[in-house]
Ligand binder design. Structure first.
Ligand code: MG
Length: 390
């Protein structure tokens, strides 16, 4: 059993939306395919993944550095003890050979994306959906058959009116969602507050609305927003400032009475450990949002859970970034709090495919072997092109 090919392609997201700091007009993502020599129904089994949302492609790193390491490794080094399946942890070990400790941000995305693709392959070889495999490996076999989801929406868009925003959010409620998130920081504070009040009238109250500043605030603006937002009792205030500014987070946590959120820009367990040590996050209240393919993959996510536990944060604090099937499986298999959902943003990469339905704020789970991208037709049209002729 061996990996015979690794294919990669950078695909534009095609989006005009923007957050507090930048627009997504040039945004793309890497789609990867790890091709094995395991043959089912006359075709090789392939693991697929992409590097989530809002980070540019990692093409060169996959093609020139980490893909060749996997392809060049003795095949048995990438297998589990029994030799009957691939072992993503061993694959990560292999990719990190001759790499330094530190400088994690340089490599956590290509390694994480390839690692998640390997999990897709592992679950396909076991002929089970990925969340079931993860539950057995990491969660004593426990899994949810429906998981809470919330919508990452409310982006800024050219010419957007209050009515546009209201209609967008009403659409999410009509589609079965109960909690939504909106961007803040892209307009002056007073106008952002107007947006929030518009949205609260739609969703019904602060606990159903989170806000995301995408690291856009300096100290003065962060405190101005914290003060203005406090009366609304919002579900959480996400990334008010630079994710590594532990001191400012610590001070905000002392001043702001409602939940804060951080973590989608962490490279893995080491950065999370440092942040929880010094950033003032409050167990039982604040929210952690590490995104597996952006942070060395699912094995590293399990280490993030272990780190979080040491600081008093259980799975109920974990809301992985990334409204996609990869995060959905991780939430279901590891028993986490909720998964983000992107409906109508990030083009074909958003959404969960035709096996998943939404109702009462919960998502059902795919039953296809692996992650189930094959049942997400517009995305599958792109992924399957990677392996034409394989
Ligand atoms: Mg965010």
């Amino acid at each position: 059993m061996r990996i015979v090919d690794i294919r990669e392609h950078a695909v534009p997201i095609h989006s005009k939306q923007r957050n507090s700091r930048f627009d997504f007009s040039l945004m793309d993502t890497s789609v990867v395919a790890v091709v094995s020599d395991v043959i089912r129904d006359g075709r090789p089994l392939v693991g697929y993944a992409f590097n989530s949302f809002g980070r540019y492609n990692c093409s060169a790193m996959v093609r020139e550095r980490f893909g060749p390491k996997l392809l060049g490794a003795p095949p048995e080094l990438l297998l589990d003890e029994a030799g009957t399946n691939f072992d993503p942890a061993r694959a990560v070990e292999c990719m990190l050979q001759r790499e330094r400790n530190g400088a994690h941000a340089e490599r956590c995305i290509p390694v994480g994306t390839l690692e998640v693709a390997l999990w897709d392959l592992v679950a396909k070889i076991e002929q089970r959906p990925l969340y079931r495999v993860l539950a057995d490996r990491f969660n004593d076999g426990r899994f949810s058959d429906r998981v809470p989801v919330y919508v990452g929406g409310g982006w800024y868009a050219p010419g957007q009116t209050a009515e546009d925003l209201r209609r967008e959010m009403q659409g999410y409620l009509d589609a079965g969602y109960r909690m939504v998130k909106t961007k803040i920081g892209g307009l002056p504070l007073a106008q952002d507050i107007e947006r929030i009040e518009t949205l609260l009238r739609v969703v019904g109250g602060g606990p159903s609305l989170a806000v995301d500043a995408n690291c856009g605030f300096d100290r003065e603006r962060a405190f101005a927003y914290a003060k203005a937002l406090a009366p609304y009792g919002l579900r959480w205030l996400e990334e008010p400032c630079d994710p590594m500014d532990y001191e400012l987070y610590r001070e905000l946590a002392q001043a702001y009475p409602h939940p804060l959120a951080n973590g989608e820009n962490f490279s893995g367990a080491r950065e999370l450990d440092n942040f929880l040590r010094y950033g003032g996050f409050r167990p039982g209240q604040d929210v952690i949002q590490v995104d597996p393919p952006l942070a060395y993959g699912i094995g590293e996510y399990v280490r993030c859970l272990e780190v979080s536990r040491r600081f008093g944060f259980g799975p109920e604090a974990m809301y992985p970034h990334g409204g996609n099937l990869m995060s959905l499986h991780v939430v279901a298999g590891l028993g986490l709090a909720a998964c983000e959902a992107y409906t109508g943003v990030f083009g074909v990469f958003g959404g969960f495919g035709d096996e998943v339905s939404i109702g009462e704020g919960m998502a059902t789970l795919p039953q296809s072997p692996g992650i189930g991208f094959e049942r997400q037709p517009a995305l599958w049209a792109i992924l399957s092109q990677l392996t034409e002729g394989a």
